[in-house]
Design a protein around this ligand. Structure first.
Ligand code: SAM
Length: 236
């Protein structure tokens, strides 16, 4: 049995009771980084064998799979949030399913859901792109194609590259493109910035050092939203 167990994205209180119960009862925990997971486990007084799961190492995949097919119950965790969401795990899940291992995916923290809920811009469709390729040409093409779908586009970005990414969004979609930056979600310095992309570039350019984890949401232009409101039936 393989449990996919989401872990906090910043605030250690954000782990579910069920996730803790699973971590307490499994035979082993398969981790992205055993040291980070050990810190989490010891915080909750859980002592459990941990094994590194390296998505890019076929031996690691085989070892984990052998444990599962051999009847062991394992939890898969990543460094933060939900495994397999811009994180390692999906290959193991795919192979586990193929091998007939029962897989259970527990609900829990993920930066994409957390940021979108707080953005207040849609209750419906969105396009999640995670991390974009480093090559600006490739990244720009993906952004413009995704934006054509007329849904908000959600990206993950590191503090070292967030400014460059905003500049690429400006170049690709225009300076007036509305953007929401969700920084350090669930942490002490949680911060939200909303505005046109050129305004956010100006804001971040003023900082000596950009720190923290970011979710970038590219919203739809105001004209699109107006059209949508005009089309909506109003009963009131
Ligand atoms: N699996 C994770 C999830 O479910 O959200 C994502 C892991 S991915 C390697 C890390 C990226 O998630 C960061 O670079 C950032 O874009 C986003 N992220 C993670 N924690 C965050 C936080 N507390 N606030 C804002 N963004 C966060």
């Amino acid at each position: 049995m393989l449990y996919i167990v989401p872990t906090p994205i910043g605030n250690l209180q954000d782990i579910t009771l069920r996730s803790l119960e699973v971590l307490r009862t499994v035979d082993a925990v398969l981790c992205e980084d055993t040291r980070r997971t050990q810190i989490l486990l010891s915080h909750f007084g859980i002592s459990k064998p941990t094994y590194r799961y390296n998505e890019n190492d076929p031996h690691s995949l085989t070892r984990c799979l052998e444990s599962l097919t051999g009847g062991k119950t394992c939890a898969l965790v990543s460094d933060c949030g939900t495994p397999c969401i811009s994180d390692p795990g999906w290959k193991l899940v795919r192979e586990a399913v193929k091998a007939g291992v029962k897989v259970s995916s527990l609900p829990g923290p993920s930066a994409v859901a957390c940021a979108l809920a707080g953005a207040g811009i849609t209750g419906g469709a969105f396009t999640f792109l995670g991390f974009l390729p480093r090559k600006p040409g490739k990244a720009a093409k993906i952004i413009s194609r995704a934006y054509e779908l007329q849904n908000p586009v959600v990206l993950y970005e590191s503090p070292y590259r967030v400014l460059k990414m905003l500049e690429l969004i400006e170049k690709t979609l225009g300076q007036d493109t509305p953007v929401i930056l969700a920084r350090e979600l669930s942490k002490v310095y949680e911060e939200w910035q909303r505005g046109r992309v050129n305004e956010l570039i100006a804001l971040l350019s003023k900082k000596n050092k950009i720190q923290g984890e970011f979710v970038i949401i590219i919203d739809r232009p105001a004209e699109d939203l107006k059209e949508e409101t005009d089309e909506t039936d109003t009963d009131f």
